[in-house]
Design a protein around this ligand. Sequence first.
Ligand code: NAI
Length: 301
Amino acid sequence: MADIRFDGKVAIVTGAGGGLGRQHALELARRGAKVLVNDLGGALDGSGGGSDAANAVVEEIKAFGGEAIANGSSVTDDAGVQLMIQQAMDAWGRIDILVANAGILRDKSFAKMEVGDFQVVLDVHLLGTVKPAKAVWEIMRQQNYGRIVVTTSSSGLYGNFGQSNYGAAKLGIVGFMNTLKLEGQKNNIHVNAIAPVAATRMTENLMPPAMLEMLKPEYVTPGVVYLCSDEAPTGVIMTAGAGAFAVARIVETEGAYLGEGGLSAEEVRDNWDKIADPAGQQPYDMGGAQTAKVLRKVQGG
Ligand code: NAI
């Protein structure tokens, strides 16, 4: 099969001044995309900003003959997001790809976490994904083409000590994707999520050096590039790290219909093994498919 190329396509990568986003931006540009490199340039906890992170990546792209422009807006700032979209539209007249990657951490056990730390992390990750997506959505609809990659995390999918704020935001992003994948379908807008694991400033203090060496951020990027391509699936959560790729799914068990025996908490308790039995469990494409299963079970199917 032919190489994956993005000639003539325009990509926006948020939080692309360092870590994973920088690698995504560089590789999209190497494969021919014109790239808007967004980064606020703040600290890991979201404070500060204004370093030259986005400009530096633009210079790297230009150095190998690629085309790129920098934007230093926060993904949470409405006017800043509009400016980012306007810069890309003024320069190139279209937006084909959005990689929503920007993120911060405010880790603390829930007992010690202030609601403010929860709010800030939700703002940057969830609304910082929603706002750029909203700003490109109509453009992609008009073009009848779009590829959006949102960034989730194993913390959201499975939990992680000290990350109740981050985990809530990251699974919120999956919920957002689940509806966009449906609403984008008729306009050829595919929306997928990447759940990366990589050595960046986010993880450098969490893992031993030998492990960090295996987890180069550029080992995640091929997964993101595939999800940005014409051949991308839609509605998929791809996990990626150290060169290993997999798909994560939310599944539901077949369960048990208890309506005939009497509906009581004791019935639920006494049938728990059947309710939770993983045999025949499966994912569903949309909420309505789960309702259809319930009706089938009521009818004895
Ligand atoms: P990083 O800290 O190196 O990169 C995040 C970038 O986002 C930084 O350059 C930062 O300046 C930028 N940023 C932060 N807030 C911003 C805002 N409001 N507006 C614009 N830019 C902003 O961290 P890393 O690891 O590259 O993270 C990238 C994404 O991958 C994040 O969404 C993170 O949650 C996610 N992730 C990373 C994992 C890992 O193992 N490194 C694991 C799971 C998810």
